[in-house]
Design a protein around this ligand. Sequence first.
Ligand code: F6R
Length: 612
Amino acid sequence: MCGIVGYIGDGNAEKIVIEGLKKLEYRGYDSSGIAMNFGGKLAVEKRKGRITNLEEVLEKSDYPFENCHLAIGHTRWATHGAPSDINAHPHFSMDHRIAIVHNGIVENYLDIKEKLIKEHGIKFVSETDSEVIAQLLSVYYEGSLEDAMFRAISEMRGAYSICAIAADEPDKIVATRKDAPLLAGIGNGCNFLASDIPALLKHSREFYLIENGEVVVLDKNDIKIYNAEHKSVVRDVFHVSWDAASAEKDGYDHFMIKEIHEQPKGLTETLMRRLGDDNSIKLDGINLTKEDIDGFNKVYIVACGTAYHAGLIGKYAIEKFAKIPVEVDVASEFRYRDPFVDDKTLFIAISQSGETLDTLAALREAKKKGARIMSIVNVVGSSVARESDDVFYTWAGPEIAVASTKAYTTQLMCMYLVALYMGRVKGAIEDAYYNRLIEELKEIPSKLRKLLGTEHQIQDLAKTLYKTEQVFFIGRGTDSAVGLEGSLKLKEISYINSFAIAAGELKHGTIALIEKDTIVVALSTQDDLFEKMLSNIQEVKARGAFVIGVAKEGNTAIEQQSSHTIYIPKCMDEVAPILAVVPLQILAYYIAKERGCDIDKPKNLAKAVTVE
Ligand code: F6R
């Protein structure tokens, strides 16, 4: 995830900023860089890879660091443009008089870029959206960086935190934010900026939290905050008492629960960047014409683990919305059975890391057979992304906990978008139904926030369940796929033996294992299957099971059958999986916590599985 650090004061700015960036390394990044002002002359250094690569360059340089009292730095997690030296931040304006670092996205950067090229003859050097900010600031700069910043942000759409310096103002850093974090650290004879508290804890525990639309101006003795009307505002000091370890997790005990809470944001990013005002879907420049889509006789979705579970929902969505037959397979099986794949197949690989060897090998196999390869990947520039014909990124941000949570829900969002896009282009979905679904997807982040507000109820439930050694997950339709994911979450972090099965299949054997107090999580979020689920619940209840029903608000009939009910907000059945999985993630988390497990690094597991 991108990180920002800025410093102004009498100390060695280069050293302080690099130290701050290192404190953000845990969040994941692919390149880093620094911009310094040496008494009116700006210097920028940036390198792909670890911060040590950047340090090597700085060590070999002959910059007079003792004269550098102002610097801004950045760790980049690639979004627009692959990880590279050129795409790394900071970005210079064409005249090298302004340098910026940026977290987030400028949604309308292509329009701004075109205007800057046409009207001002600006030459761009990187593939990033961020470079437009530096160029825009230099076009508007008339001696006051904050004035230029106000003008620039009035033209920008998207989510961002930006930090800028100007050669002509060697005693000032200017920053702003919208929907991306930014805080100013209060020092003694010096001041700081950062996207995240851990970057600055060594130097300060007193912060001003910058609000959306505000512009903050730092010199070494003062921090001035201006609101969107350019009026100076007074902000209360925010005092941080966390230690460094909990600050990395924003005060959460584990990355997993932090990432569970990051899902509304990740889903907003994944969805809103792709939606036009008229609800049309843009697939990031993927050229999938009606002719292409009509030409596919089959879609093959291949992935591992959690990503495979997302693929199961993808099958449901593509078949329903685009009316194309879909097969889903685990990558480790796919390539060993000579699958029916040819040049009429659309092959979709799903992978958070983009480095899972089995998924990569399956992709290569499908490519050899002539399939068109699309991937849904979280890590920009990863192997799966590079070897695909088309890439559709999940914008979950880096996932640090081994157990996947926000990558899964954003993979689901991508699957819905791909399915709806194909359905619309193909003419397989009616406009009214399409629009209803898009409106439902737009509401998912706020419904998820509401659901996360009930976390403590699930935490209490976990306290009563954590000693169990066996849990079953049952469901019908998409709920059976969500059950697989809930079961995987539970077993991988709590080491409880769990098993997921289609509810209708239970009586064909597995029901033999249900006895008094066996825990059964009964996913019952599909309205047209609700009554059938109630019958399945009765079957296990009759054998003494402790049933945890998961249903939509309003479907209270489930309470008579279940020992405990978890409600998710009302929604269309089609999109319910994104909501239904979240209580299961939370339940797994708190059960594992009660059992004292090492949640973020479960035994025997790795974040990226690069072996067969
Ligand atoms: C489970 C989990 C794994 C991964 C699987 C695929 O929580 O994270 O099952 O989903 O190893 O990894 P990616 O998505 O990186 O290909």
